[in-house]
Design a protein around this ligand. Structure first.
Ligand code: F6P
Length: 552
C-alpha cells in the first residue's frame, strides 16, 4: 500500500476561519444574503447551470472554503486523479473513470501505460454487439429476436444502469425492454423471469469482480432457466458479461466475444460509463450512449481545467463540506423534479455514502470531524406530499439539491398539447420549494396575509435551509452524463478536503464474510457457531425452529 501522509484539515488556517464564519452565519439568513449580489455563486458548465445562491454562505465564506480546498490540496488531488496516480491507496489502484469518457486524441495513462486505446476498443466492441442485438442480427438460440434484456448485477453494477434506463426513457428502442435483477431475494429474479420468454431474452451478467454472491447466485439461476428451456448449447446466444474478471466470465460459459471488460481503476459506483453501461447502450443505442459519455466528458474537462472558484463540482463539494462540518447538517436531500430521475437518489446514495462514509484518513489516522452526509430523496412533486413538511418546519436543518429540466422531454409532446403546461407546473413547484425552503415566510408576512393570531406560529416558515438548484435544458443523455460526472467530482472534492479515500469500501466486506458463514450454518443446521455473537446465534436458532414448524 502506498504511503501517504494525511493533512489534518482542522489544523489548516482556513478551518479556524470557517469556524468563526459559521458563528457569524448563525445570525445571517439566506433571505438577507439574497439581497446582495449572488452572481458569483452561479456557474454554467456543460450546458447546465449550477446555482448555489441559496446556500447559507457569502463571499467571505466562499473565499475561506476555497482557501481550505487549497490548503488540503484539492487541486493536486484533481491533477493526481487525472494523471492516473494510484489515488485509491488502500487498494493500490488508480481511479481513472474519466478515461472512460475520453475521445480519440485524449491521453490517459496508468503507470505510464496509455489506457485509452483499450477503453476505445471495448466501446467499439460494445457498439458492434449493441447494433447486432438491436438490428436483429444477433438472435436467440431458436432464431427469435431479442426483445428483453435482463441486467443481473448489484451496487454499482445495477444502480447506474437501472437509473439511466429510467432516466433515458424517451431514448429507448421500443422493441427492447430492459429489466434489472439485483437482490438475492428470489422474488427479484422470479418476478422478472415471469415477464420474459427464454427464446427472446438476453442476460447481461454485470459484476466487476464476477464473485459477488448475490449476482452469481442470480446468474446461475438464469443460466439454469435458459438451459432448462432451450438446452445447454443455447447459453452462448443468451448471455453476455461485463467484468474486470474476464476469465471468470469465460468459466461461467459466456462466449468470449460477448464478454466486455473494464479495469481495476474503475470503481463499481463510478462504472456506468464503462461496459457496465451495456444495457443502457442496448436500450438507447450507441449514438445516444456516446452523448452520455460526452456530457460526462464536458464536466470532466471543466473540472480539470477550471480554477477552483469557478468550478461547479468544486463548489458543489465545498458547499457539502460547509453544510456538513460548519453548519452541522448530517443529511442532504436529493430532489429531482423529474419522474424519470426517480432512481437518482438511490444512485447518489451509493456514489456518495459508499465513497465518503469513512472514519479514517488516507494514512489510517482517525478523523476528528464529520465526513460523508446521509443522502436520501424522492422526486418532486411527490416528496412534497410526504417528507417535505419536516424539511420546512422540522427541528433538523437539511440541505437539498433541487434538480430540474427547463423543458419537457421532446418526445412526450406527441401525446398532446398539455405536456408543456404540465411541465410548467412541475418546474414552478421546483422553484417554489427552492424559495420556501431557503427564504421562508416571516411572522409578519403570515400575519399580513390575515391569518388569525393563534395560527400565525404554525404558518411561519423558518426558511434558511440551503438549496442548490441544478438546471438542465432537457433531460438528455448528454445532460444526464454531465449531471452524474458533476456529482462524482463533488464527492471527490469532499474526500480530498477530508483526506479520506473515496474509492474503497472495506465496511461492506465484513458483512459479506459473516453472511457466507451464516449460510453454511443454515445448511448444516448449526446453531452454536462460535464465530457468531450470542444474539445472532439466538436469531439463527429461532429461524430454524420456525422452519421446522408445519406450514399453516
Ligand atoms: O456493495 C459493495 C460492492 O463492492 C460495490 O462497491 C459494488 O458496486 C458492488 O459490491 C458490486 O460488485 P461487483 O460489481 O464486483 O459485483
Amino acid at each position: 500500500m502506498a504511503e501517504r501522509v494525511a493533512i489534518d484539515p482542522t489544523a489548516c488556517p482556513a478551518w479556524s476561519t470557517l469556524r468563526r464564519e459559521a458563528h457569524r452565519m448563525r445570525d445571517e439568513s439566506i433571505r438577507s444574503l439574497l439581497r446582495s449580489d449572488r452572481e458569483f455563486l452561479r456557474i454554467n458548465a456543460a450546458e447546465m447551470s449550477f446555482d448555489f445562491s441559496r446556500q447559507r454562505l457569502d463571499s467571505a465564506v466562499l473565499e475561506s472554503l476555497i482557501a481550505l480546498a487549497e490548503q488540503t490540496g484539492v487541486r493536486q488531488a484533481i491533477d493526481a486523479m487525472f494523471a492516473g496516480t494510484r489515488v485509491n491507496s488502500t487498494e493500490g489502484r488508480a481511479a481513472l473513470h474519466v478515461a472512460l469518457r475520453g475521445r480519440p486524441g485524449d491521453s490517459f495513462t496508468v503507470d505510464g501505460d496509455d489506457v485509452f486505446g483499450a477503453v476505445d476498443n471495448v466501446v467499439g466492441r460494445m457498439e458492434v454487439f449493441a447494433d447486432s442485438v438491436r438490428s436483429g442480427a444477433h438472435r436467440g438460440a431458436t432464431g427469435e429476436r431479442i426483445t428483453d434484456v435482463v441486467n443481473i448485477g448489484i451496487g454499482g453494477s445495477d444502480l447506474g444502469p437501472a437509473m439511466a434506463y429510467q432516466a433515458l426513457r424517451a431514448y429507448r428502442d421500443p422493441n427492447i425492454t430492459c429489466h434489472f435483477v439485483s437482490n438475492v431475494d428470489p422474488a427479484d429474479i422470479v418476478d422478472v423471469l415471469s415477464h420474459v420468454t427464454p427464446e427472446k431474452t438476453l442476460f447481461i451478467i454485470a459484476s466487476k469482480t464476477f464473485t459477488t454472491a448475490e449476482t452469481m447466485i442470480n446468474a446461475e439461476y438464469a443460466r439454469t432457466w435458459i438451459v432448462d428451456h432451450l438446452g445447454g448449447s443455447s447459453v452462448g446466444a443468451h448471455f453476455a458479461a461485463v467484468s474486470t474478471a474476464e476469465q471468470l466470465a469465460d468459466d461461467f460459459g459466456i462466449e468470449q466475444q460477448n464478454v466486455f471488460g473494464f479495469w481495476d481503476w474503475v470503481g463499481g459506483r463510478y462504472s456506468l460509463t464503462s461496459a457496465v453501461g451495456l444495457s443502457t447502450m442496448l436500450a438507447i443505442g450507441p449514438l445516444h450512449f456516446r452523448e452520455l459519455l460526452d456530457g460526462a466528458r464536458a464536466i470532466d474537462i471543466h473540472f480539470r481545467d477550471t480554477t477552483l472558484p469557478d468550478n461547479a463540482p468544486v463548489l458543489m463539494g465545498l458547499c457539502a463540506v460547509w453544510n456538513r462540518n460548519f453548519l452541522q447538517m448530517s443529511t442532504s436531500a436529493v430532489l429531482p423534479y423529474s419522474r424519470d430521475l426517480a432512481q437518482l437518489p438511490a444512485y447518489l446514495q451509493q456514489l456518495s455514502m459508499e465513497s465518503n462514509g469513512k472514519s479514517v484518513r488516507i494514512d489510517g489516522s482517525p478523523v476528528t470531524y464529520d465526513t460523508g452526509a446521509i443522502y436520501w430523496g424522492e422526486p418532486g412533486t411527490n416528496g412534497q406530499h410526504s417528507f417535505f413538511q419536516l424539511l420546512h418546519q422540522g427541528t433538523d436543518d437539511v440541505c437539498s439539491d433541487i434538480i430540474l429540466a427547463a423543458r419537457p422531454t421532446s418526445s412526450d409532446r406527441q401525446f398532446g398539447g398539455q405536456i408543456d403546461d404540465q411541465h410548467d407546473v412541475l418546474v414552478a413547484h421546483a422553484l417554489a420549494q427552492a424559495s420556501v425552503l431557503s427564504v421562508g415566510l416571516t411572522r409578519e408576512e403570515v400575519a399580513a396575509a390575515g391569518v388569525s393570531e393563534a395560527l400565525v406560529p404554525h404558518k411561519v416558515m423558518p426558511g434558511n435551509r440551503p438549496v442548490s438548484v441544478i438546471m438542465m435544458d432537457q433531460l438528455t443523455p448528454f445532460s444526464l452524463g454531465a449531471l452524474l460526472a458533476a456529482y462524482e467530482h463533488s464527492v471527490f472534492v469532499q474526500a480530498a478536503v477530508w483526506q479520506i479515500n473515496p474509492f474503497d469500501q472495506w465496511g461492506v466486506e465484513l458483512g459479506k464474510k459473516v453472511a457466507s458463514g451464516i449460510v453454511d450454518d443454515i445448511h448444516q443446521r448449526q446453531v452454536d457457531d462460535p464465530e457468531l455473537d450470542p444474539a445472532t446465534r439466538a436469531s439463527l436458532a429461532a429461524l430454524l425452529v420456525r422452519r421446522d414448524q408445519p406450514r399453516s
